[in-house]
Design a binder for this molecule. Structure first.
Ligand code: BES
Ligand code: MN
Ligand code: ZN
Length: 494
């Protein structure tokens, strides 16, 4: 999808559809007022009929005099004082869905005054790009399916141009990352295997000059002593891969390292999961997909920083050679682990990846994982769970979440919980009992991250939408992108 900033005389702008905001009690936004004047009061007259009072909903008008747009779509934005980025993107989402059904694939959005800053422009552009994604890899759309948005112009007042240009450029890059993460999450397990992910990572390196990919196979991982990771893949016919993507955009500064759980299908192993909704466990690689997405977004934005994305990838299936409850495995760190539940496999593949990344002398390490159902029980599906002992890093991540509308909520990571992982037969067990399952999972990971600054995001609730609209969300690519933009010191609003 094409995104661009448009300036100049709005009345003269040629577009199949001009989208204008109207506030509660039929108050016009500044651009809507300008169009009202250009049309000799046609907008006010239309609203006077009472079909749209501006609280919510939309109204469509054709062939208005004095303007170049073929149609005008008025969208209700609610009370002017309460109208923020969130209300704008929500109304825009509804409007664009309507346009898709009308088979209109190009539009021009005139942002209301006060919502034309970097953050609002980026959010609106990202929302539009989001509506332009549809999963088609194994299901072709019907002939009468809505058309996808092909191009969106965003009209802003002149002085804001530079920030707005930057906002749409960033939105385009983030949208590409989000769409990639969604596509990988939506692909079925028989298509999206560890080998497939590794091949895609190699392909991506071919598309971006500053990006290189290295893939470690099982022999290489064996040589490194990754006994925890390999114990999981032993139960599957698909060989595990450790995917390492390096983006070099900075000088010799220490890299930000992103690690993502890449479980392409999680049946639970010998501790097998119930049948209901097990299909959804194809998204157990969403953490890995978010690493792909963030790396691509950073490369497309050309951010001035060094970034390494690491994705340990495997399946978790029951098999004659699979992990058995009670098995003890030795991790790359040398610490031994008693596998009390083979369904707690994410931490087994992540712990070796987290030890592996020590070699990069990271500035900071973030890991993303669909790690626990317990995190969904604790927080629902709105925020991702944030776990870190580093208050400054927690604040930085929380801020990135707010600024990108991809929020997190911090959970405790106190030592008090660590004893739940005690084992009589190994340095630790891989589960910590019923209480605080998301916390004990994070505690487990913390034992492998002592040598660098680290935070863990449990995205079990946020990376996927269940129910009729089921599918991957692309989260937390927006958060990660924002975190990287902020870290690299790129100007946004200036
Ligand atoms: N991938 C699952 C966690 C999960 C569950 C993600 C539901 C998304 C939705 C993970 O590998 C898992 O099975 N975790 C277990 C841990 C338990 C055995 C301690 C869980 O959450 O039940
Ligand atoms: Mn599992
Ligand atoms: Zn899992």
């Amino acid at each position: 999808m094409q995104l661009k900033i448009v300036g100049g005389d709005l009345a003269q702008a040629k577009t199949p559809c001009l989208i204008l905001g109207v506030f509660d009690k039929r108050k016009l936004s500044q651009p809507a007022d300008a169009i009202d004047k250009a049309t000799g009061g046609a907008i006010a007259a239309l609203l006077g009929k009472g079909d749209l009072d501006g609280g919510k909903g939309w109204l469509l008008a054709y062939d208005l005099p004095g303007i170049a747009a073929e149609r005008v779509l008025l969208i209700g934005l609610g009370k002017r004082k309460e109208c923020d980025r969130g209300k704008l993107t929500k109304a825009l989402g509804g409007a664009l869905a309507r346009l898709g059904e009308m088979r209109v694939d190009k539009a021009l959005l005139a942002l209301p005054d006060g919502l034309d800053d970097y953050a609002s422009v980026r959010a609106a552009a990202l929302k539009a790009a989001e509506t332009a994604y549809r999963y088609e890899a194994t299901k072709k759309p019907k002939d009468d399916a809505p058309v996808l948005l092909a191009a969106l112009g965003i009209w802003v007042d002149k002085p804001k141009h530079a920030a707005a240009e930057r906002a749409v450029a960033h939105a385009g890059a983030i949208a590409e990352g989000v769409a990639l993460a969604r596509e990988l999450g939506n692909l079925p397990g028989n298509h999206c295997t560890p080998t497939y992910l590794a091949d895609r990572a190699v392909e991506l390196a071919g598309e971006h000059a500053a990006l290189t990919t290295e893939v470690l196979d099982e022999d290489a991982m064996q040589a490194l002593g990754m006994g925890a990771l390999l114990s999981v893949s032993r139960g599957s016919r698909q060989p595990a891969k450790l995917i390492v993507m390096t983006y070099k955009g900075g000088d010799d500064s220490k890299p930000v390292v992103l690690v993502g759980k890449g479980l392409t299908f999680d049946a639970g192993g010998i501790s097998i999961k119930p049948a209901a909704d097990m299909d959804e466990m194809k998204y157990d690689m969403a953490g890995g997909a978010s690493v792909f997405g963030a790396v691509v977004a950073a490369a497309r934005m050309g951010l001035p920083l060094n970034l390494i994305g690491v994705v340990p990838s495997s399946e978790n299936l029951p098999d004659g050679d699979a992990n058995k409850p009670g098995d003890v495995v030795t991790s790359m760190s040398g610490q031994t682990i008693e596998v009390l539940n083979t369904d707690a496999e994410g931490r087994l593949i992540l712990c070796d990846a987290l030890t592996y990344v020590e070699r990069f002398e990271p500035d900071v390490v973030l890991d993303m994982a669909t790690l626990t159902g317990a995190c969904i029980v604790a927080l629902g599906r709105h925020p991702s769970g944030l776990f870190t002992g580093d208050d400054k890093l927690a604040a930085e991540i929380a801020h990135a979440g707010e600024a990108s509308d991809d929020r997190v909520w911090r959970m405790p990571l106190w030592d008090d919980y660590q004893q739940q992982l005690d084992s009589n037969f190994a340095d630790m067990a891989n589960i910590g009992g019923r209480d605080a399952g998301a916390v004990t999972a994070a505690c487990f990971l913390s034992r492998f991250t002592k040598s660098y600054r680290w935070a863990h995001l449990d995205i079990a609730g946020t990376a996927w939408t269940t129910g009729k609209e089921k599918g991957a969300t692309g989260r937390p690519v927006p958060l990660l992108s924002e975190f990287l933009i902020h870290r690299s010191g790129v100007e946004t609003d200036a």
